[in-house]
Design a protein around this ligand. Structure first.
Ligand code: HEM
Length: 473
């Protein structure tokens, strides 16, 4: 039997709804057709397969029958053909091995301290302005951190426009799917702005790659690792190194910014914020956060209540709400025929809110992850919760995102309380799931929060001596 789908007026109704809110359209079609349906327009027709069993089938049982490249082809203008997300085996595994080491815990040591300083400076600005949209204010901070970790700490100084140009590139990818198909090379069009930004990003990256080849590059980024001699195959071509670097930055900064924004949204609930904040504040830290030692930052960032909050935010609002694949042979799922070349969409969003898997799915409940009450425990099935994907394609930056979230919470929950300016308008939208308007918030400083010493040399490494001066918050 072929996979069912809406026809005639039902199709148009669903298309209309999807133009404003794709997730609502999927809800509607699921009610009518169940866990599998075809939905789309013209050549772009998604085979939506919903639920934990569908995730298991596509990402595990029949994983070798699916491909990434064709599914994520729409990203190629940005990440080229060499990035991990658009690579298939056997290149994918070789390429992944080359960078995997850079994301190990040991190598990321120190990122927490750098992030703490950056978020502390950002909190100064937030508390000075009091009212702002959170997501756009966080994006440059997260992008700078991701650039420093991935490309090396000196790159932003040598290429001061890089951040701006990366934003301009990503703006094209963040347009609605159909708008991205219009690629008119005329001055002033989105495509024109995109290609101009890409040329400048490429020039900066090829200059950095040349520096590394001359042994003058920063040795602290993933770029250095991509260019180093490796047992995992011959040296990579400059174009592949460029694609990998852009692919990592692009995959990393918008998703992480959205995740932090959703954490802030959940923490608008005062009782919940009080609970998580008192757990975070209970970790002894120096009054001036700039003096914190790496171990203290790691301890504060690992607080179980914040970890549970992070997991709930990623459950209810997964920044990557869909995982895409293309089948390269004919397959059967639950008696339904998936043709060769089917564009398959799995929904992390719908899986994480599936009442068959989650008790009171829409409710924010830290106990799902804290383990004190087994009746709330999250399902053990790995295909019931996959905000970072699964298996060989599991997100390579999940640990980095968590470190940044830990540093962000350490700063903000010690320094501020906040409330949403338009809570009734918050509903998740977009390819990277985000609240409309970037979540406008009103902030207030916490009485008795960290007192700020006058800023001296900014962004210095936190002094180890600071560890001796620690005191309970
Ligand atoms: C909260 C933040 C993040 C979320 C929710 C997220 C989510 C995901 C998901 C769902 C996938 C799997 C896609 C698939 O199987 O088709 C993925 C893959 C990937 N992510 Fe993330 N990501 C985050 C942060 C990051 C960061 C910080 C980086 C890099 C610095 C990164 C780099 C990547 C890469 C390169 C892949 C492709 C891996 C492969 O195919 O081997 N992500 N991410």
């Amino acid at each position: 039997m072929t996979v069912p789908g809406p026809r005639g007026p039902e199709h148009w109704r669903a298309m209309n709804l999807a133009a404003g809110d794709t997730l609502a359209a999927i809800d509607l079609l699921r009610e009518r057709h169940g866990d599998a349906f075809v939905f789309g327009f013209g050549p772009i027709r998604f085979h939506w397969l919903l639920g934990a069993d569908a995730n298991r089938f596509v990402l595990h049982q029949a994983a070798s029958s699916f491909r990434n490249r064709e599914a994520y082809r729409f990203l190629e203008p940005i990440v080229g053909r060499g990035a991990l997300i658009v690579s298939d085996e056997p290149e994918h595994l070789q390429r992944r091995r080359r960078v995997q080491g850079a994301f190990q815990r040991r190598r990321l040591h120190g990122v927490g301290a750098r992030a703490l300083l950056a978020f502390d400076a950002w909190a100064d600005e937030v508390l000075a302005r009091r009212e702002l949209a959170l997501q756009p204010s966080l994006r440059p901070v997260v992008l700078d951190l991701v650039i420093d970790v991935l490309l090396g700490a000196g790159v932003r100084t040598r290429h001061p426009r890089l951040r701006h140009d990366l934003f301009a590139m990503m703006a094209f990818a963040n347009q609605p799917f159909l708008a991205q198909l219009f690629r008119l090379p005329l001055p002033g069009t989105p495509w024109w702005r995109f290609t101009a930004a890409r040329r400048r990003v490429d020039a900066a990256l090829y200059a950095e790659i040349a520096r590394h080849r001359d042994r003058r590059g920063d040795d602290d980024g993933v770029l250095a690792m991509l260019l180093a001699d490796s047992a995992d195959g011959p040296p990579l071509a400059d174009e592949v190194v460029r694609d990998q670097a852009v692919g990592l930055v692009a995959a990393g900064f918008d998703t992480t910014t959205a995740a932090l924004t959703w954490c802030a949204w959940l923490l608008c609930d005062e009782a919940l914020r009080e609970r998580v904040a008192s757990a975070v504040q209970a970790v002894p830290m120096p009054t001036d956060l700039r003096a914190a030692a790496s171990e203290q930052i790691e301890e504060a960032a690992a607080v179980p209540e914040f970890d549970a909050l992070w997991r709930e935010a990623l459950r209810l609002y997964p920044p990557a709400p869909a995982i895409l694949r293309v089948s390269h042979e004919e397959l059967q799922w639950r008696g339904l025929q998936l043709p060769r070349g089917a564009l398959v969409a799995l929904s992390t969003y719908h899986t994480h809110r599936d009442e068959r898997l989650w008790r009171e799915a829409p409710r924010v409940e830290l106990e799902r992850w804290l383990g004190a009450d087994p009746s709330w425990a999250a399902p053990r099935d790995p295909f019931a919760y996959l905000p970072f994907g699964y298996g060989a394609r599991h997100c390579i930056g999940a640990g980095l995102a968590r470190i940044l979230a830990g540093a962000w919470s350490t700063v903000l929950l010690r320094r501020a309380r906040w409330q949403a300016l338009a809570p009734e308008a918050v509903r998740p939208l977009g390819t990277t799931l985000s609240p409309p308007g970037g979540l406008p918030l009103r902030f207030e400083p916490l009485e008795g929060g960290p007192r700020r010493a006058p800023r001296t040399a900014v962004d210095g490494a936190p002094s180890a001596a600071g560890a001796r001066r620690s005191e309970p918050a």
